[in-house]
Design a binder for this molecule. Sequence first.
Ligand code: NAI
Ligand code: MG
Length: 493
Amino acid sequence: MTERIGHFIDGEYREPSGGRYFESTNPATLEVLYEAARGNQEDVRIAVDAARRTFESNAWQRTTPTQRGHLLRRLGDAVAANAEELARFESLDNGKLLREMRGQLKSLPEYLYYYAGLADKVQGSQIPTNSPEMLNFTQREALGVVGAITPWNSPLTLTVSKLAPALAAGNTMVIKPSEYTSRTILRLAELTVEAGFPAGAVNAVAGFGGEAGAALVDNPRIAKISFTGSTKTGSAIAASAASRFIGCTLELGGKSPNIVFEDADVPNAAMGVVAGIFAAAGQTCIAGSRVFAHRSVYDELLERVSERASSIKIGDPLDDGTELGPLAFEDQLVKVRSYIELGVSEGASVHSGGERPDIELPGYFLQPTVLTEATNEMRVCREEIFGPVAAIMPFDTEDEVLHLANDTNYGLAAGVWTSNLQRAMRMAQRLEAGTIWLNTYRAMSPMSPRQGFKESGVGVEHGLESMNEYTRLKSIWINTDEGPVADPFVMRG
Ligand code: NAI
Ligand code: MG
């Protein structure tokens, strides 16, 4: 019988209150891997209540900053000790290369260690005012129960990006993982208890977005929502959060430009383009899906990218030699293929790829695809495809490409390939995106903050700044004067 996994609530696995489960499949083989609990409003209520109880408990309130840092360090150690199992589970569930998952699992403890080091640096400041008798200072305090809703493309990394700062700041959490990848997140919640966090500090309710996800967003005891996923869902979540005046951090989609100038190292730039759009089968928010190449190097870049794309080894994500796995689930494949058709109907041509590769595995595979004759106005260049599909377009001048690059609703990331330092800096200043890569692409670190501009998000993830997303600021006034209250009808300051 298929393995069944419950929610992880208040320190233990629990049956779903509605008694229903749903299947998770391996997108490479189409085998059913396990069944996860199908969360409903009641499950979410139980989890949020547990998180709130733990938040208010003396034990949690008296956990010192140093102890919280220590717990996060132990969680990092626990993740490292279980790295192979977690990498394998995630690779089976979403089709990401095991090789890439092993890499992610190497850096994942570093996220936890980084925020472990920040747990005892959540501090306010003493503020000068114009009243000598008044002492004014600020403190940063935890919000309460943070609701985290995360996607399937890099479930552990994207969840830990929220969990680590939220716990470092002293919050407790309820996580709703993607319905396509519940398992590693349930296991992560379990590892928090093994690392010594109290029961209820981290809870995970599996289930669908419209059910468990919406119930989490609407739960009145949630203090904050932190979401990574599509711009459409992010917009619905922001509207719901606004109606209750709670904050949200949103890490959303992208349509990032990857720009190759005539003075670039073209072979290197071509590899950067391949990394930007074909790594992880293009299923990343930072995918460099709009490639702009200066007309004088356009043919060479196109040839190099297409050549490498055509030789990409497509196959089982568990095999060491594989370079491209399947898309994560059937709707994703249908969506990506329909965008390729749409592009053609808009006037673009499929220069290479676009078909199911000739392999034995039955899963949701698609050849890496290069579109030419596309324009920045086409829907394939305006909407997030979230698959291995690049449009390569020529340009003539720096001003022109800057305009094209910024002519998008998104603003997550941008890449620039050039050997001209002045030009690189000009582009970095003028591109409207939260992350700029010069002569590289897809570099990331827990220490480096990222923010989506425009429709790519709200708030900051990673880095020192992300701690502010999980705290609120309190200003405290102390009167040091023991004399009688002066005029009660005049404001003091
Ligand atoms: P999604 O945004 O619908 O799902 C992300 C998370 O939100 C999942 O946990 C889902 O269960 C939850 N969710 C969905 N509807 C919700 C609601 N009404 N209330 C609360 N939570 C809700 O994205 P999905 O369906 O997984 O993928 C669809 C497309 O979204 C992709 O093809 C891609 O274009 C984009 N996407 C972008 C991501 C990014 O990192 N920028 C990540 C995942 C998807
Ligand atoms: Mg799956």
